[in-house]
Design a protein around this ligand. Structure first.
Ligand code: ING
Length: 311
């Protein structure tokens, strides 16, 4: 019996700073309903899918910053999303800004959750690779203050048995680092879900703009192939508060081939029936980790943070 998971990569167009959670949740619910019509089991939304990408602005008022975060999940404004998904029998991945208070300590995370068909949160991931910078850098056309607004991950990269297979999650910049996929690959991940908000222009590297979509595809296809896993990458795209964001939403097979992709930069689904057993031909041959990996030579990967060239 093939283990097929039919996935909808649910791309979002821009979310304005003034858009209410209710307005955005309506868009997410519209995606759920179309995904159901298309026979899907699982819907993947982008990173920070409830708000505009607020790390593009330098803010100092903590109340203003916290207005972009969710204190409860589901909360009053997101409960309709959970209710509709459960009614339709769909699972989903949702990226959002998480504010959590434990023992009097408030933490802020760039978070993604995996929700099963019964509307239960079965997995939570907090972004490991926080790109950008911590202090205001006025020279930039726009800021990228994830290191300022989000705390470091306390989850690492777990995987979960769900939807008939082994699923993992990551978020945006995580997809650029091979370690992300390998840590999940070493846990048997068969499908890795990720959302992203990626500006076309990266101020520290202005000459990369024309390659931004290429780099997006390159890193996800490589991660899929080198770990024999499906990868689902979902954009928040279009010109959001004056900042062009790439689309490039796609579903990638363990072969590294893209099997479904969006065409535009708005709210759009890309759908594929993903056979989880398609992982086996890679995990049992070329990327049979137990047969071929040589960890005794990989020590620098965890011992060393930055590159140290020879004298
Ligand atoms: N965004 C971007 C990303 O990794 C970035 C940051 C853009 C890094 C371009 C490097 C080059 O896709 C987020 N949110 O991580």
């Amino acid at each position: 019996m093939p283990r097929i998971v039919t996935v909808a990569a649910a791309q979002l167009g821009p979310i304005a700073r003034s858009d209410s959670r209710a307005m955005v949740v309506e868009r997410l619910i519209a995606h759920l309903r179309e995904a159901k019509r298309m026979g899907c089991d699982l819907v993947v939304f982008p990173e920070l899918a409830l708000t505009t990408f607020f790390p593009r602005w330098f803010m100092t008022d903590q109340a203003e910053i916290d207005s972009f975060f969710e204190r409860r999940m589901p909360g009053p404004e997101t409960q309709p999303l959970f209710d509709e998904a459960r009614r339709l029998g769909l699972g989903f991945y949702l990226g959002y800004a998480e504010l959590v208070e434990e023992n009097g300590v408030v933490s802020h995370f760039n978070t993604a959750i995996l929700v099963d068909r019964n509307g239960q949160i079965i997995g939570k991931y907090r972004k490991v690779h926080l790109p950008g910078h911590r202090e205001h850098e006025p020279w930039r056309r726009f800021q990228h203050l994830e290191k300022r607004y989000f705390d470091l991950s306390d989850t690492g990269f777990p995987v979960w048995r769900a939807f008939g297979g082994i699923l993992g999650m990551c978020i945006c910049n995580d997809r650029r680092w091979p370690e992300t996929y390998r840590v999940m690959g070493l846990q048997g991940a068969e499908m890795i879900l990720l959302g992203y908000n990626t500006p076309v222009h990266n101020p520290p590297a202005p000459d990369h703009d024309a390659l931004s979509l290429h780099h997006n595809t390159l890193v996800m296809q490589a991660g899929a192939y080198q770990n024999g896993s499906w990868v689902v990458g979902v954009a928040k795209a279009g010109s959001e508060e004056g900042v062009p964001m790439i689309a490039g939403t796609q579903i990638i097979a363990p072969s590294g081939m893209t099997v479904a992709a969006t065409r535009g930069e708005g709210d759009e689904l890309a759908v594929a029936a993903c056979d989880l057993d398609a992982c086996t031909t890679y995990k049992s041959t070329t990327f049979n980790f137990a047969a071929h990996r040589m960890p005794q030579h990989y020590g620098l990967i965890t011992e060393r943070k930055g590159a140290e060239p020879p004298p």
